[in-house]
Design a protein around this ligand. Structure first.
Ligand code: ASP
Length: 583
């Protein structure tokens, strides 16, 4: 037997017992005649002592140990003379009678502890060592626990967990596919699924009624902190449901995860239309942890000879609570912030609401004090607040105000990571016009159903059609998204036409789906949650990499096994592939 206890469980009540432990050497301290060894495993740390009571053999072995050696040991539990209140086993230690080195270890390239000295790349290269660190492992344990809660909830609601293929047909819609050549089918390729969308819809045609899968998906996109080329979704589909049924089911799932994992009762779960979210928060994923809502001021500020506002289609602003004392330097920094290319703002007008209620603005010469009072009133400002106002085209300006709002939320400390504010954003537009290609794209995907009351608009003004599509947003992060699906083959064919598919192309790409719809497809709807994002939010982390056991870096590389990598000529030949060197 290697062990009969773990390194995390020995307590005062075990004193006098002889126990066996196995684990890794965290550190060794030699104090004259005594050697202390911290032995670590997944469960914790136990202090081993080699002293005069130990045999010479044990002492000799103890003298050879290094960090990360793998040990198996026998000893008697005793009370420590100097206790360590920081760890659960800190009251006791193991007086060693037997010590076996199961494996030695090269010196690890960084320290295996919470505040490691290892940089990012190094930790990724030796990810298996990084994963020995408690902070990192805890994130993965959280992930496993959350997956378990999700399965419990969905299983108990009659969802059938079903695997769908990983080698599928490439489709041009959506993000870029990763493709896989086929040896047995020369010059033909599979794609890795961007999501199991079509398969889950076919499972509804098959009468599965409720499906789910915690599933890897693949998208060949540019990477960011919250994106990886392969990521995990909680993917679900239901039959004979309306949008409302789906929202209720997955509101239930979300509440259940918060309750089971964090002990939090989520009470408010508002719904907001896409149009409202855009007007009031400037984006489709509002962070509801704080107010500072956007208000339009166009009607109040135009016609006063202030050219900037007179020329603008839209003028709107926010009220930064308690910020009236911002210095010139701070205000300049805010202007710099909105002018960053990725934010795209041009300038900022501000007004301070003084403690006596008077308003002083950067454009005082154009506006009378009573007019400035109206601004403050519209923005629901109180004495001590700061009004920040932007102008320009509406579609461009609202997102800039949104970025400014989030920045102010950050500066004012209103984005507490342990305060969770979920909501549904509903009624997304069905289509998005793309100037470059001069065609419509599906905002969600081509299988999303238009709102029945908007179907007539499809022929007249497709851009105005709203979809039965919804996003789950928590603290400004899109955690999930889904839609009610088209289940009528003719409407689906029409949708492909609007999206610019020829009849032949639609038939070639999606014929199997439209054909399936001819065999009694039930009404159905579904959703997918980004599982990595959900876990990283629960872990209080900004990057999803930290909740993935073996993530890729920002260039999509696995630096541990150095992939992607070239393959042998024989492999290429077998696949009928010829390399073209990029110059
Ligand atoms: N397949 C969709 C996605 O990955 C989600 C859904 O509509 O269920 O975004």
């Amino acid at each position: 037997m290697y062990r009969n206890h773990t390194c995390g469980e020995i307590r005062m009540e075990n004193i006098g017992q002889e126990i066996l432990l196995a684990g890794w050497v965290q550190r060794v301290r030699n104090l004259g005649g005594m050697t202390f060894i911290d032995l670590r495993d997944r469960y914790g740390l136990t202090q081993l002592v080699v002293d005069d009571h130990s045999s010479d053999e044990v002492k000799n072995i103890a003298a050879t140990l290094g960090r990360e050696f793998v040990l198996q040991t026998r000893g008697v539990v005793r009370e420590r003379s100097s206790k360590n209140s920081k760890i659960p086993t800190g009251d006791v230690e193991l007086q060693i009678t037997e010590l076996n080195v199961l494996n030695s270890s090269a010196t690890p390239p960084f320290t295996i502890q919470d505040d490691t000295d290892g940089g990012d790349e190094l930790r990724m290269k030796y990810r298996y060592l990084d994963l020995r660190r408690e902070t990192v492992r805890r994130n993965l344990e959280l992930r496993a626990k959350m997956a378990h809660v999700v399965r419990n909830y969905l299983d108990s609601n009659s969802f059938i967990e079903t695997e769908t293929p990983v080698l599928i047909k490439s489709t041009p819609e959506g993000a870029r596919d990763f493709v896989v050549p086929s040896r047995m089918n020369p010059n033909q390729f599979y794609a890795l699924p961007q999501s199991p969308q079509l398969f889950k819809q076919l499972l509804m045609v098959a009468g599965f009624d409720r499906y789910y899968q915690i599933v890897k998906c693949f998208r060949d996109e540019d990477l960011r902190a919250d994106r990886q080329p392969e990521f995990t979704q909680i993917d679900c589909e239901m039959s004979y449901v309306h949008q409302e049924d789906v929202l209720n089911m997955f509101e239930g799932l979300t509440k259940n995860i918060f309750k089971e994992i964090k002990g939090i009762d989520i009470v408010d779960f508002p719904r907001m239309t896409f149009a409202d979210a855009f007007e009031k928060y400037g984006n489709d994923k509002p962070d509801l942890r704080f107010g500072m809502m956007i208000h339009e001021l166009t009607d109040l500020v135009k016609g006063k000879e202030f050219k900037l506002f007179d020329d603008a289609e839209y003028i709107g602003g926010i009220c930064a609570t308690g910020c009236s004392e911002y210095t010139r330097k701070q205000l300049d920094a805010l202007t710099e912030f909105i002018k960053k290319p990725q934010i795209g703002g041009t300038g900022l007008v501000y007004a301070r609401v003084n403690s006596d209620g008077s308003v002083k603005s950067s454009v005082d010469k154009f506006y009378a004090p009573e007019e400035l009072q109206l601004w403050a009133g519209r923005l629901e400002a109180q004495p001590g607040d700061l009004l920040l106002i932007l102008s320009g085209g509406k579609e461009k300006t609202l997102p800039v105000i949104s970025s400014l709002r989030l920045e102010m939320g950050r500066q004012c400390g209103l984005m507490d990571k342990e305060n969770f504010k979920p909501l549904w954003v509903v009624d997304f537009p069905l289509l998005e016009w793309n100037e470059e290609t001069q065609r419509f794209f599906a905002m969600h995907h081509p299988f999303t159903s238009p709102k029945p009351q908007d179907i007539d608009l499809l022929d007249i003004d497709p851009g105005k059609v709203r979809a039965n599509a919804y996003d789950l947003v928590i603290n400004g992060v899109e955690i999930g998204g889904g839609s009610v699906r088209i289940f009528d083959s003719e409407l689906q064919a029409k949708m492909f036409k609007i999206l610019g598919f020829t009849k032949e192309a639609a038939e070639d790409q999606f014929g199997f789906l439209m054909n399936a719809f001819k065999f009694g497809a039930p009404p159905h709807a579904g959703i997918a949650f980004g599982f990595d994002r959900l876990v990283s939010m629960f872990a209080g982390l900004d990057s999803i990499r930290d909740v993935i056991a073996f993530p890729k870096n920002n260039s999509g590389r696995d630096v541990m096994n150095d992939s992607p990598s070239p393959i042998a000529q024989a492999q290429l030949d077998e696949l009928y592939l010829k390399l073209v060197r990029a110059e």
